[in-house]
Ligand binder design. Structure first.
Ligand code: PLP
Length: 415
């Protein structure tokens, strides 16, 4: 039996507990478990954006002096705080979707007849890879990964066995199940088969240590509005290992990737290094929000953050087993803490109705991922152990009482 007092004790012993006060929390009764879709607003972001808007009003075009290098300076901060990459290997630009296209295109310039991914990968990833495969005349080879455990290095070795694969692209943490892929092992398996690997880190950055350099990773993308708390539509990052930077070419030959950008009349001649992967004018307000998010993570440390996230997801798993499994729930996430990221998926045949009832009656905010998953995200900088305890207690009560049955079983447009 896990009591609420047990959860309170975990909070009292939590070295990151004070970080919760660094976020705007206007509704203390509501338990927000969807920070893996859109993170909370850091107070530092609110204040710095206010100052930046004021500066824009005052300085106008002269402000660019301070802003123009943000894509690389914030990229370096993320490289160090979150990604385990070297300076000059990461830029912040565009969306994850666009960055995925840029790197998937660049990685498929050489020989190779196929692109490999798994059927459980995030939709935008599958769509972009399908588009690149069509444009390049390649086969898109989709394997079925285990729906709970996610893709394994054996799956990748098998898909690459013919030696004809140009690119393998996978998510580090599966968006539905939360399974954490073996990034070093899969990278090695794909490299052995002669393929490059492009990782999508959207659901792992800020939740688990990544260690791109040590893993021998070559290419990665990821977003900043989930565990990095940079706000709706904040730009994504991309990583290209230093040794590959001058070999790979972006398909978007923009002027922010051009050598000596303001010498306007010359033909395209890209910057050496990671800057060549920039495209157009950076979103300065959003980049500043990414900077604030990266600073908070750097201050907390990714190792303590990941340790806390693992303890929070373990508490969800324990309470699920005690309270929810008897009500027809099933854990849709690996049980081994080292095999998952910062969220847990609870599966139930009436998941949509339960999800709606949680939001409308229980003031618990999860999200729904069809056909049958309720995702509970526990970003470690602001989620308390009592939040998890209270949330699962409320879910147990409403499902026991059958309160979810009164909601429409058809999902709405945004889930
Ligand atoms: C959230 C997420 C995205 C989002 O891509 P956008 O271009 O920001 O819309 C992509 N891939 C994965 C795995 C995600 O979790």
């Amino acid at each position: 039996m896990t009591t609420r007092a047990d959860a309170e004790r975990l909070d009292a012993a939590d070295p990151l507990a004070s970080f919760r006060d660094r976020f705007v929390i206007d509704e203390p009764d509501t338990i927000y478990l969807d920070g893996n879709s859109l993170g909370r607003l850091p107070k530092s972001t609110r204040d710095r954006l206010h100052a930046l808007v004021t500066q824009w009003g005052a300085n106008l075009i002269a402000g660019w002096e301070n802003w123009i290098d943000l894509p690389t300076s914030v990229g370096d901060m993320l490289a160090e705080a979150a990604l385990g990459a070297r300076p000059g290997e990461v830029v912040v630009s565009d969306s994850t979707t666009v960055n995925l296209f840029k790197l998937a295109w660049a990685a498929t310039e050489g020989p190779g007849k196929a692109i490999v991914t798994d059927s459980g990968n995030f939709p935008t990833d599958r769509y972009v890879l399908d588009g690149v495969a069509n444009l390049r005349g390649l086969e898109l080879r989709i394997f079925e990964a285990d729906p709970v455990d996610g893709p394994q290095s054996g799956d990748v070795a098998e898909a690459c066995a013919g030696g004809d694969v140009a690119l393998v692209s996978l998510s580090h943490v599966a968006y539905r199940s939360g399974a954490l892929a073996d990034l070093p092992g899969i990278t090695a398996a794909a490299r052995k088969g002669g393929a490059r690997v492009l990782w999508d880190l959207c659901h792992s950055v800020g939740a688990v240590p990544i260690g791109l350099h040590d893993a021998g990773a070559e290419l990665a993308v990821g977003c900043t509005y989930k565990y990095l708390n940079a706000g709706p539509g904040a730009p994504a990052f991309l990583y290209v290992r230093k040794e590959l930077q001058n070999e790979l070419r972006t398909p978007i030959q923009g002027w922010f990737g051009q050598r000596n950008q303001f010498a306007m009349e010359r033909p395209y001649d890209p910057e050496p290094g990671i800057r060549s992967f920039l495209a157009g004018t950076p979103p300065v307000l959003d980049l500043t929000a990414v900077e604030c998010g990266a600073e908070l993570l750097a201050e907390a440390g990714i190792e303590p953050s990941a340790t806390k996230a693992a303890a929070l997801t373990a508490l969800i798993a324990d309470l699920h087993d005690e309270w929810l499994a008897p009500l027809g729930f099933e854990l849709g996430t690996p049980r081994e803490p080292k095999r998952r990221g910062g969220h847990v998926s609870l599966r139930h045949p009436q998941a949509w109705q339960i999800c709606t009832a949680m939001i409308e009656r229980a003031k618990v905010i999860p999200d729904f991922r069809g056909p049958d998953s309720i995702r509970l995200g526990v970003p470690p900088l602001y989620t308390r152990f009592v939040d998890v305890w209270d949330a699962l207690d409320r879910v147990r009560a409403l499902v026991e009482a059958g309160e979810h049955e009164q909601y429409d079983p058809t999902p709405t447009r945004i889930t």
